[in-house]
Design a protein. Structure first.
Ligand SMILES: Nc1ncnc2c1ncn2[C@@H]1O[C@H](COP(=O)(O)OP(=O)(O)OP(=O)(O)O)[C@@H](O)[C@H]1O
Ligand SMILES: [Mg+2]
Length: 352
């Protein structure tokens, strides 16, 4: 409903994992590389941990889309409420084994091992992705460990990827899960966006949706969105979508901090009680650092450039769609960096 008012061809902040809107912060890029490595290699178990809404599922989907129809066959489990028997039925079905195979664990493991080793010999890798793994019962995690044992003398047969919220890290420290933890070969934690990354994330999503960032958000509003959302993409999206609705109702653009304050109050989103949502008058002056980002700054006068200077978004989206390899990610990132440096002087208006 607000698209025409803001000059957008589509809504920029939908809560989907649409790869066209994929943005790779340095943390997301590192995690995506790790997922590729874990999926395509014979590394055994890979673990990705991140707070709710930081983008774990988004990254897993991006990593999987890279291999669509090619050399990796993947099985994606995102229902943590399975019984042990249902888990075996799920894996048997997903791997194309007959339902009867799941009735006997011995038969299941033998048939699965045969299948995986045939695939290996044919150059096809097989991956089991377990999303929301923090909620998986211990007995199922034990079964997953058994699957991680399927290997020849030289190689693992099944790549296993566990993603979950920080509780997963705590679960892996439980004594009962020590054998599983020992088999984790790759592990990383997905951080929230920093201020510049939030600014670039907003700008990228607005541009992909056909809009011009500087006409849509004041920079102080962007800083406030970052502050309140703590750089969590899902929260950023919810705040921004509501802010566009509210600003449209008020026929107000660019969106100011007053609108963000109102929306955050309505959504009951606040910064941990200790740091109340700022009003327009309290918001940092354009060019001033958000407190948590002060140490990342090189010099105050560099702020405007640095706020919009995170390089990667657009070209990396092309990487994902184009099935390029990791080297191309690096190239694309530096090309994008150049484009950013040469092409733009301001993303968000400071004239509020
Ligand atoms: N890197 C990103 N690029 C673009 N959008 C993102 C990115 N990360 C997250 N998002 C947006 O945030 C939303 C939430 O992300 P996602 O569902 O991947 O989080 P999650 O870490 O899996 O959360 P949960 O732990 O609750 O499952 C996505 O639907 C997407 O709109
Ligand atoms: Mg998720």
């Amino acid at each position: 409903m607000y698209r025409h008012f803001f000059g957008l061809s589509e809504r920029p902040f939908d809560l989907t994992t649409n790869p066209r809107f994929l943005f790779l912060s340095s943390g997301h890029r590192e995690a995506l590389s790790l997922l590729h490595y874990g999926l395509a290699g014979d590394k055994g178990i890979t673990v990705l941990i991140g707070e709710a809404g930081t983008g774990k599922t988004t990254l897993v989907r991006a990593a999987l889309s890279h291999y669509q129809g090619s050399e990796v066959v993947s099985l994606y489990l995102n229902n943590p409420m399975l019984t042990r028997q249902e888990f075996y039925e799920f894996v048997a079905h997903g791997m194309g084994l007959g339902a009867e195979v799941a009735q006997s664990k011995t038969m299941f493991l033998r048939e699965l091992d045969d299948l995986l080793s045939q695939r290996r010999q044919a150059g096809i890798l097989t991956a089991l992705i377990v999303d929301e793994a923090q909620a998986i019962p211990t007995e199922i995690l034990e079964e997953i460990r058994m699957l991680a044992n399927l290997e020849s003398s030289t190689t693992k047969h099944l790549s296993i990827l566990l993603t979950g919220q920080p509780e997963l890290a705590a679960r892996l420290n439980e004594a009962a899960l020590a054998p599983l933890k020992q088999r984790v070969a790759l592990r990383t934690t997905l951080p929230p966006f920093g201020l510049q990354e939030t600014a670039c994330y907003l700008a990228m999503r607005i541009r992909v949706a056909g809009g011009e960032p500087s006409t849509i958000f004041y920079r102080s509003a962007v800083e406030q969105i970052h502050h309140v959302s703590k750089g969590i993409p899902r929260t950023i999206n919810v705040i921004c979508d509501n802010a566009l609705i509210t600003a449209f109702a008020l026929r107000m653009k660019p969106v100011s901090t007053d609108v963000i304050t109102e929306v955050c109050t309505d959504l009951d989103v606040h910064v941990g009680g200790a740091e109340p949502v700022q009003t327009e008058a309290q918001a940092p002056r354009p060019g001033a650092a958000a407190p948590e980002d002060v140490e990342r700054r090189e010099a105050p006068e560099a702020t405007a450039v640095r706020l919009l200077g995170t390089p990667r978004p657009l070209s990396v989206i092309h990487h994902i769609e184009g099935n390029a390899d990791r080297v191309k990610i690096e190239q694309a990132a530096s090309e994008s960096n150049e484009t950013t440096r040469r092409g733009r002087t301001a993303i968000f208006s400071t004239a509020d």
